[in-house]
Design a protein around this ligand. Structure first.
Ligand code: HGY
Ligand code: MN
Ligand code: MN
Length: 420
């Protein structure tokens, strides 16, 4: 259940027309419902309505607009020569999401083009603004789908993934006019010179310390699992406690074991965020539980250790509770370090714009963690009020959104003028 919105979008709406903040408030109408925030899941009509809105904004800035075979929306300033500089993020959201996660990076990219034109900058290379398809993975557990396709990863095995209503990714793509077999055509990373992404921090650090800009140094490694436990549904009043094979009890034990394992360690997290049990009666012992596990660690050794712990914990709890278990690793990405010269370029750009800046690690995943495995990559964070994100209350003051956008534009200008 979404929390009551504190009017985050309304506060953005008060910003001057034509500003990044006002544009984000307008975009936030698409997929929003009262009290429940914004929901634009992968391949949904809401997401494509957002694409239409953004495509119009791209065209207004003179960008050539196309959508590739993986559903990535691309606006190109076809100028100069050689490999392109790409600015990206995403327009899909989590359930009950906010107005800024992802949307900021795309809208700010378009405004950065506007600022460069106003400053008379003619880029020496093509500049592309990309909204990557399905960063969140909310619907099919296919996080970072568009950026992984763009990077050339083989995603052909994901077509059978089902959403909550039993529709496969292949079908959802077909319904939207896309062919799952053509995803490979989206490979485009070879023609990228560097990648930049502006995003809200989604954590409390910058906001608590009153810092306007984060120069991101790294992103945590992530693993996601889908787990199924099968016990035996039975009468809740007559089945003796010691004879039960309760799938929910197993799921709860696993969730708590993971939590206890990472407590007291730094830079590691675990989360069980989706759980369903069957048959689902107040007077029936849960016979089946299905749930997700998301684990993250800042370094490579930490993520390997966590992954091993997940496999071992599910196995041992299932044995102890006399449950059958099935575990599938659905997503795996290693930690990424960003390009030192781009981190410095972001710091220079912040200084040039008079913005306070500090280096910061990201505990959230981003399209930049995919691109960063292939090309020089940098990320700019702006503060999240109270550290709130993945919530309708996600908010960053308009002044910070505009400042972050200027830092992005200045950083682009810097990178373009240096020709590394
Ligand atoms: O899951 C994440 O960290 C991101 O928000 N997609
Ligand atoms: Mn997110
Ligand atoms: Mn995001």
């Amino acid at each position: 259940v979404a929390r009551e919105s504190f009017g985050a979008v309304e506060r953005l709406r008060g910003a001057p027309p034509g500003s990044v903040s006002a544009d984000l408030a307008e975009l936030a109408r698409i997929g929003s419902s009262p009290g429940a925030g914004i929901e634009r899941t992968a391949w949904s009509p809401e997401l494509f309505a957002a694409y239409d809105w953004v495509a119009r904004r791209m065209a207004e800035q003179g960008l050539a607009v196309q959508i590739d075979g993986a559903g990535n929306l691309i606006g190109s300033w076809n100028v100069g020569r050689g490999a392109a500089i790409v600015v990206g993020s995403h327009l899909d959201t989590v359930p009950h999401g906010g107005a800024l996660d992802g949307a900021l990076g795309v809208v700010a990219g378009i405004h950065a083009v506007r600022l460069l034109r106003e400053r008379g900058v003619v880029p020496s290379r093509p500049l592309r603004i990309i909204a990557f398809m399905d960063e969140e993975g909310t619907r099919f557990d296919t996080a970072l789908f568009g950026s992984r396709a763009f990077a050339g990863d083989d995603l052909s095995s994901l077509g059978d993934r089902l959403d909550g209503s039993g529709i496969s990714l292949r079908e959802a793509m077909a319904n939207a006019g896309y062919d799952h077999r053509a995803v490979g055509s989206a490979r485009g990373v070879a023609a990228v010179h560097a990648y930049l992404e502006l995003h809200i921090e989604q954590g409390p650090v910058l906001s608590a310390d009153g810092i306007a800009v984060g120069a991101v140094t790294s992103i945590v490694g992530m693993r996601r699992f889908q787990v199924e436990l099968v016990g035996c549904a039975n009468h809740a009043g007559t089945t003796p406690m010691e004879l039960r094979r309760d799938a929910l009890a197993g799921a709860a034990r696993i969730s708590l074991a993971l939590r206890d394992f990472v407590r007291g360690r730094s830079c590691v997290t675990t989360n069980v965020g989706k759980l369903s049990i069957e048959p689902g009666g107040a007077n029936v012992v849960p016979g089946r539980a299905e749930f997700t596990i998301d684990v993250r660690a800042a370094d490579a050794a930490g993520i390997v250790e966590l992954e091993d712990f997940v496999w071992e914990t599910v196995r041992s709890v299932a044995r102890d509770e006399r449950l059958e278990s099935r575990v599938e690793l659905t997503f795996s990405l290693d930690p990424v370090q960003f390009d030192p010269s781009l981190i410095e370029a972001i710091e220079r750009a912040a200084a040039a714009e008079g913005a306070s800046c500090r280096r910061i690690e990201s505990g959230a995943g981003h399209d930049a963690m995919v691109l960063g495995q292939h090309v020089p990559t940098g990320m700019i964070f702006v503060p999240s009020d109270g550290g709130v994100s993945h919530s309708p209350d996600e908010y960053t003051p308009p002044a910070n959104l505009e400042l972050g956008t200027r830092v992005l534009a200045t950083c682009l200008q810097d990178v373009l003028s240096r020709e590394r």
